[in-house]
Design a protein around this ligand. Structure first.
Ligand SMILES: *[C@@H]1O[C@H](CO)[C@@H](O)[C@H](O)[C@H]1NC(C)=O
Ligand SMILES: *[C@@H]1O[C@H](CO)[C@@H](O)[C@H](O)[C@H]1NC(C)=O
Ligand SMILES: *[C@@H]1O[C@H](CO)[C@@H](O)[C@H](O)[C@H]1NC(C)=O
Length: 606
């Protein structure tokens, strides 16, 4: 770095041919950059010489790229983009010590969680300065929060809309947030933090840092889809709780609202069950790779404060093996079959094999105990995912217990016979879930299920009730299934594997989707299309690689689901650059979008 600087000085000296100036004179005692940033209409932030050589430029000059991005363009540095925004190009200095939240117009029921939400917002602001805002300014900033309903439920009908106004009134800055629910208010607080950026005025003192807030804003916003999910698999490789929390921080930053936790699979069973401790005794990768009930509760609360609902998935009847292999030892018979079969290709699509044993009534007893534990953990109204994908008929067909049972039920050993057995499993599982929920005083809730052979358009209505099941469709985009299910009246969530799977490109012949591809995929807009998810399967990721595998690509899907913009990824890129820098400040690394030069010259590398 130093050597390059000297080389540059010498070059300038020779090129200028001005012999009156010595090299020494040209070398300042402190490093002084020669540039600033300006916001150019239709071009975005551009790094330029300072002072401006073409004296024509009359707009504001910004010392940092983040500051320029925060005010530049119709939506400034806000991600996902709001429905409408009018932003001032001016900023006002603020300090967290002089930031006050007024909750008087929020119903009493909402105040406890709202207070926590404001703490998260303040902490996010401090993060812009690495937790140390040293420039003291005493302008009071008062955030008045109005919430219209006391309802704390998180459902697909939760109103997440909000209004956010910022007015600079000489003596103070007034911020007005109006939302129907506390979750709308949370989104408004997130947007508020995105109107703020760090100001590091003195290059010689890395500790000096202040905050600047856009001094005038009027924002109206609401999501297009009620289900904006991130799926994390914690069975193929274990992901520590701290890492999951960081993923939730990223989701909150991008207004995603469903954490789909694919917590178990055939590989391992890291979820503690109080009633069935055998699950983790037999199924955890190690004594340290377990989520205790206490931790799950903590995570669910952590998520709620960030506007996120946790959906636990216990995949079944396939994708279940390790954790279930103790039945014989305890006199329960085989709870799962084909578990860890060596000749795996004959019994499952991916090693290790394992499928629940629907011929064994004890399996349902154990399942009931697990469901009880989960119903107690989930926040109400509970949303549960029963899995339901990839039943491998050959596994059941090679198990005598099961074929004998089928005979007793009059199920033939052809495809349709096995479909009947499979559907019977789901129907029994749903009944158990319903019973446990109602025993807890809860009403029946829809459950989620993956698309599969069972959910084929010609079959689904015969076996699954559209009022009870929401189908998560993972077929590639070319498949007609999504539109067929919508036509049949099923509510659906879309996660096309060839576009929104974050693990693709890391194994087999799968193709990597970059953020632009993920961003450009559009879903149908209709009432039964609840939204989508971006999926991080964990065969080839663990905590060491997680963040950059997920971010910023998950954020691209977040904007698609929140804003569903008609404009292109190119238009979005400067805001996504700002999001990256914001996530980094909050301790969430993301993958790189472009060379630094392109980041400093918006739209010049397209
Ligand atoms: C500066 O302004 C003059 C007069 O308005 C114009 O002719 C010229 O093209 C401008 N230069 C640049 C670099 O924009
Ligand atoms: C915060 O900044 C001040 C002033 O520059 C510095 O002296 C102090 O060490 C910093 N504190 C932390 C926790 O980094
Ligand atoms: C199940 O196994 C029997 C006996 O091998 C075979 O005839 C039948 O076709 C198999 N069923 C399916 C659906 O594969």
């Amino acid at each position: 770095m130093v050597r390059q600087w000297i080389a540059l000085v010498v070059f300038v000296h020779l090129a200028s041919g001005n012999n009156d100036i010595s090299v020494k004179d040209l070398t300042p005692s402190v490093y002084e950059p020669s540039w600033t940033y300006k916001c150019v209409p239709d071009e975005g932030c551009q790094r330029s010489q300072s002072p401006e050589p073409t004296a024509n430029y009359t707009g504001t000059v910004y010392e940092s790229l983040d500051l320029c991005r925060t005010v530049c363009g119709r939506f400034g540095g806000i991600w996902p983009r709001p429905v409408t925004a009018a932003l001032s190009s001016q900023t006002v200095r603020i300090h967290p010590n002089y930031l006050r939240f007024d909750l008087i117009d929020a119903p009493v029921e909402t105040r406890e969680i709202l207070a926590k939400m404001t703490q998260v917002a303040t902490s996010n602001l401090m993060d812009e300065c690495n937790g140390n805002v040293t420039d003291i300014v005493e302008t009071p900033v008062i955030v008045f929060i109005t919430i219209k309903t006391p309802n704390l439920e998180q459902t697909w009908s939760t109103d997440e809309s909000y209004m956010l106004d910022v007015q600079n009134k000489e003596v103070n800055v007034a911020v007005h947030i109006v939302a129907e629910t506390v979750y709308g208010a949370r989104h408004a607080l997130e947007t508020f933090t995105q109107l703020v950026t760090a100001d590091k005025p003195d290059y010689t003192d890395q500790y000096r840092c202040g905050l600047r807030l856009i001094s005038g804003a009027k924002i109206r916003d609401k999501p297009v889809y009620p289900h904006r999910g991130f799926l994390l698999d914690t069975s193929r490789n274990f992901i520590p709780l701290e890492d999951i929390k960081r993923m939730l921080d990223g989701m909150a930053a991008t207004k995603m609202n469903v954490f789909h936790w694919h917590v178990t699979d055939t590989h391992s069973f890291p979820l503690e069950s109080v009633r069935v401790p055998q699950f983790t005794r037999y199924g955890a990768y190690s004594a340290y790779e377990i989520y205790t009930t206490e931790e799950v509760r903590e995570l669910i609360n952590y998520a709620r404060v960030r506007g996120i609902r946790v959906v636990i998935e216990i995949d079944s009847p396939a994708h279940a093996g390790n954790g279930w292999q103790w039945g014989k030892e305890y006199g329960f018979g085989d709870l799962a079959v084909c578990t860890n079969e060596k000749q795996w290709r004959s019994f499952c699509i991916q090693p290790p094999c394992g499928q629940l044993n629907p011929a064994n009534p004890n399996m349902y007893k154990v399942l009931r105990d697990l469901y009880k534990d989960i119903a107690e953990m989930l926040s109400q109204p509970a949303l549960f995912h029963m899995g339901g994908d990839e039943v491998f008929v050959e596994c059941w067909n090679s198990t005598q217990d099961i074929t004998t049972y089928m005979e007793s039920k009059g199920y033939e050993r052809n495809t349709e016979g096995f479909i009947k057995l499979w559907a019977e499993f789901h129907s029994t599982a749903l009944q158990i879930w319903d019973e446990e929920l109602t025993a807890m005083g809860q009403s029946e809730q829809p459950v989620m299920l993956w698309s599969s052979e069972l959910t084929q358009a010609h079959r689904i209505s015969k076996y699954l009730n559209k009022d009870r099941y929401v189908i998560e469709v993972w077929e590639p985009v070319s498949s007609p299934l999504l539109s067929q299910l919508l036509r049949l009246g099923f509510r659906t969530v879309s996660v096309p594997k060839d576009i929104w799977y974050l693990d693709h490109g890391f194994w087999g012949i799968t193709k990597y989707s970059n953020w632009r591809r993920m961003y450009s995929h559009v879903l149908p807009v209709e009432a039964n299309m609840l939204g989508g998810e971006v999926a991080m399967w964990s065969e080839y990721v663990d905590s060491q690689a997680l963040d950059t595998r997920v971010w910023p690509r998950a954020a691209a899907v977040a904007e698609r689901l929140w804003s569903n913009p008609s404009s292109s990824a190119n238009i979005a890129e400067p805001r996504l650059q700002r999001l990256r820098s914001r996530l980094a400040a909050r301790g969430i690394p993301s993958d790189v979008l472009s060379p630094g030069w392109c980041a400093q010259h918006d739209s010049r590398c397209l």
